[in-house]
Design a protein around this ligand. Structure first.
Ligand SMILES: [Zn+2]
Length: 187
């Protein structure tokens, strides 16, 4: 399960049971460091260059802002011109196929694709369920792009069908926690 919203989360499930590790802390893909360069973006946790600082909704927005500063003409010609560059403005421009915005989103998901490709190569994960507000807003166009970027990191013919969107509401985490609690109670 991959959560792409204001941050990035990921959890491995085996037969519906989350794999948490001996320390019960597994699932922090968003806080894996991607870049140590001084101009790397700041993560919500206060460190720089984490995967979540690139690929989350907030990460995409800060990357778009930085790119708009570097390429004001390209930005002015894009669908984002005149918007406040909120996450939902980016999602709208992206699903309408704006090339400038698509390039930014593509750049933002490279670190996430590298992380997911590692899960496929190391433990053989073949099914990725995507939740989170940003992912739901950008939809299957986004997961197709993510699949393509994953394949660039780890060549596997199954990427095209590996990603599944969750129910399109904001309750996935709550429903999952409820079901997990119920399973534990019955165990
Ligand atoms: Zn972090």
């Amino acid at each position: 399960m991959v959560s792409i919203g204001s941050g990035i989360g990921a959890k491995l499930f085996l037969n519906s049971v989350p794999v948490l590790g001996v320390s019960f802390d597994a699932g922090e893909l968003g806080h894996v460091k991607w870049s140590s360069l001084p101009d790397a973006p700041m993560c919500d946790c206060g460190e720089i260059g984490h995967i979540g600082a690139y690929a989350s909704g907030r990460g995409a927005a800060s990357l778009v802002q930085a790119q708009a500063n570097k390429d004001p003409l390209g930005f002015a010609a894009s669908r984002l011109a005149g918007t406040a560059i909120h996450t939902m403005d980016i999602a709208q421009a992206f699903i309408k196929g704006d090339p400038w915005t698509t390039n930014c989103v593509e750049a933002s998901i490279i670190p996430l694709a590298a992380g997911l490709a590692a899960t496929r190569s190391i433990v053989g994960v073949e099914r990725y369920i995507v939740i989170g507000g940003f992912a739901l807003a950008v939809g299957t166009t986004y997961t197709s792009l993510l699949a393509r970027k994953c394949n660039e990191h780890y060549n596997w013919p199954g990427w095209n069908t590996a990603f599944e969107m969750s129910y399109a509401d904001d309750d996935n985490g709550l429903v999952g926690a409820g079901r997990y609690g119920e399973d534990r109670r019955n165990a």
